[in-house]
Design a protein. Structure first.
Length: 348
């Protein structure tokens, strides 16, 4: 090794390895709180190990999902409120897994930025860990990429990857038939879809992120950053109780596009829009943009974040069980002959 020459360092190129190492140390306690049966090692290795047998499975089928949070990130970046965006990241993945009948087991994140800001990065990853904790899955690894020149100052991007499992033969949807009752679980706002339109409508309104929220307390930006609701534990408990034939996570495409994904060919859904009250955020978006009802229903969740198709004779019991678990449950309608989603009533 040569000595006596002061050459250019990686740090001078804009990448701070020491900051990356410090971030790992800071988030280890949060990741440790997400530990569950099956986890075999902590953060810091080249890969993460998970023991399916230790998690209680005998003949498991693995299910994987990956997602991001779209342009909701722009609001988090512009407002500086980044502490809950990680919950969104986890929710967008694990809420999909549970629709297949799978229990989320572990989660990995990818966090990329131009310059690693330790305080913000710690808040972001702590949010990811919180989402994992709430959904019963372990944060067992991830990647922090500092890439100067790729992102503007303060900008970052997130992606998530979740793996779940179920015993062979327990996959959903299964047994969906005409007459099944559709139970809707309330959302906690816009969740993580449609934010390019949301941002456009805020621009049309002339309001800033720090303006008073038109439909509730606090600022407009904070209200729009309400994190995606996690349905995992409640939905899995309902599945284990019996009578659940399908679950649909209501994301991009709204009720109109997502419900048909879990219905057999030739079957559709009849939905009564009078079964629930349109939350204030959606009423404001609809009014601000002069949006048609059909456009709302195929863009936003409109207040319903998850739908369960259940056997008619189990509907009341499952609704009561979900309500006891903290969910607001709406009896939306039923599965019926004929493809597509047919609506009665009106959003209001």
């Amino acid at each position: 090794m040569t000595t006596g020459k002061n050459g250019i360092t990686y740090a001078q190129a804009g990448v701070d390895i020491d900051a990356g190492n410090e971030l790992v140390e800071r988030i280890k306690p949060a990741a440790k709180r997400t530990a569950r049966p099956g986890v075999m090692a902590g953060l810091g290795g080249f890969g993460a190990l998970f023991d399916l047998k230790a998690a209680g499975y005998t003949d498991p089928v693995l299910v994987a999902a990956t997602d991001g949070v779209g342009t909701k990130l722009r609001i988090a970046i512009d407002t500086g409120h980044v502490g809950t965006i990680g919950i969104d990241l986890v929710a967008m993945c694990v809420n999909d897994l549970v629709c297949q009948g799978a229990e989320p087991l572990f989660f990995l994140d990818y966090f990329a930025t131009g310059k690693l800001e330790l305080e913000a990065a710690t808040d972001i990853v702590n949010g990811i860990a919180k989402g994992c904790e709430l959904s019963g899955c372990a944060l067992i690894g991830g990647e922090t990429a500092e890439m100067p020149g790729m992102y503007s100052d303060g900008d970052f991007d997130l992606a998530g990857f979740a793996v779940g499992a179920m015993e062979r033969g327990a996959d959903l949807p299964a047994g969906v038939g005409a007459g099944d009752v559709l139970l809707g679980l309330a959302s906690d706002g816009v969740h993580s879809n449609g934010y390019s339109l949301v941002r456009k409508l805020v621009e049309v309104s002339g309001l800033g992120w720090d303006a008073d929220c038109p439909w509730g307390d606090g600022s407009l930006g904070a209200a729009l950053l309400a994190p995606t609701r996690l349905y995992v534990k409640q939905a899995l408990a309902a599945v284990r109780s019996g009578g659940v034939h399908a679950l649909a996570h209501i994301t991009g495409g709204g009720l109109t596009e997502n419900l048909p994904r879990v219905l057999p060919e030739g079957l559709g859904a009849e939905i009564d829009l009078d079964a629930w009250d349109l939350p204030g955020v959606f009423g404001w978006l609809m009014q601000t943009g002069g949006m048609a009802e059909a456009e709302m229903l195929k863009t936003f969740n409109c207040g319903v974040g998850m739908v369960l198709a259940v056997a008619g004779d189990r509907a009341d019991a499952l609704a009561a069980e979900l309500a006891e678990a903290g969910e607001t449950v709406y009896r939306l309608g039923r599965v019926a002959e004929g493809a597509g989603v047919r609506y009665t009533g009106a959003l209001r």
